[in-house]
Design a protein around this ligand. Structure first.
Ligand SMILES: NC(=O)c1ccc[n+]([C@@H]2O[C@H](COP(=O)([O-])OP(=O)(O)OC[C@H]3O[C@@H](n4cnc5c(N)ncnc54)[C@H](OP(=O)(O)O)[C@@H]3O)[C@@H](O)[C@H]2O)c1
Length: 234
């Protein structure tokens, strides 16, 4: 649904993992551009504390917990134009195959692959029925099988590959409801996950992704793209 405020169109977004890193920057940028943002944070408000904007609605959200997701979802009064499934975790960077911690590997898949699916499922009634709704899956180049030259990061890679497949397989059904998926690699970005050596600044990553989101069309649903506009091989 499009909200009209003082004659201006206000679009509505949901961002997960909005308290820091890429999700926090997305939230600031969207607010700057006049969006209303429902911003999910797991425990601590973090960077959301310092954003002063009446269109920001911070809400607690753990993407592994269906009760938390339902509570979050019930507090959203609007139809949603944009869902940014951003929340994610790295894996243990185990030194060898023999050291893979299967409990943590399952948790990585739980957060990175199933978290976004739970969000789509719970928010579906508020995603369908309007003009084009865009669901952004913040994936990673590390989920590309074609690009997996050096291996390692087992659970993280697998979690993002699974996320990509969830998106591509959901897109067929969602097309009928005018819902489109865009799978994005944000670049190797300076965040807690990306570390200080990452070459891409938050601003460049989010600005690049935002441009792709703005230009995205229903017929391109399910594309896997890098923040700089290049299409990524599966
Ligand atoms: N940075 C990179 O170079 C890079 C590259 C490729 C892809 N990505 C992807 O980009 C996304 C954002 O990464 P980032 O670099 O901004 O990482 P980050 O700074 O570590 O932030 C991760 C965010 O996810 C949240 N989160 C983790 N588990 C959650 C859960 N169960 N429920 C709700 N929120 C949860 C964190 O909340 P807490 O503060 O509560 O932990 C935090 O807000 C991730 O999906 C990541 O895989 C990042």
């Amino acid at each position: 649904m499009i909200l009209m405020l003082g004659g201006n169109i206000m679009r509505v977004a949901v961002v997960t993992g909005a308290n820091r890193g890429i999700g926090n920057f997305w939230t600031s940028k969207l607010l700057e551009e006049g969006w209303k943002v429902y911003a999910g944070y797991r425990n601590d408000l973090g960077g959301l504390k310092i954003i002063e904007n009446s269109n920001l609605i911070p809400l607690k959200l753990d993407v592994t917990n269906n009760d938390s997701i339902s509570e979050f979802s019930m507090k959203i009064d609007d139809n949603i134009d944009l869902l940014i499934n951003n929340a994610g975790v790295p894996d243990g960077r185990w030194r060898s195959v023999e050291e893979i911690d299967d409990e943590w590997a399952l948790e990585v898949i739980n957060i990175n692959s199933l978290g976004p699916v739970r969000m789509v499922k719970s928010l579906y009634p508020k995603l369908k029925g309007g003009d084009l709704t865009k669901i952004i899956m913040i994936s990673s180049l590390m989920g590309s099988i074609d690009d997996c030259k050096i291996g390692r990061s087992y659970a993280y890679r697998a979690s993002k590959t699974a996320l990509n497949m969830f998106a591509v397989s959901m897109k067929k059904e969602c097309l009928e409801d005018n819902i489109s998926f865009l799978i994005l690699h944000p670049g190797w970005v300076k965040t807690r996950m990306g570390g200080d050596k990452a070459p891409v600044e938050l601003e460049d990553s989010v600005n690049g992704m935002m441009k792709l989101v703005e230009n995205h069309k229903l017929e391109d649903s399910g594309k896997f793209m890098s923040f700089d506009g290049k299409e990524i091989n599966w």
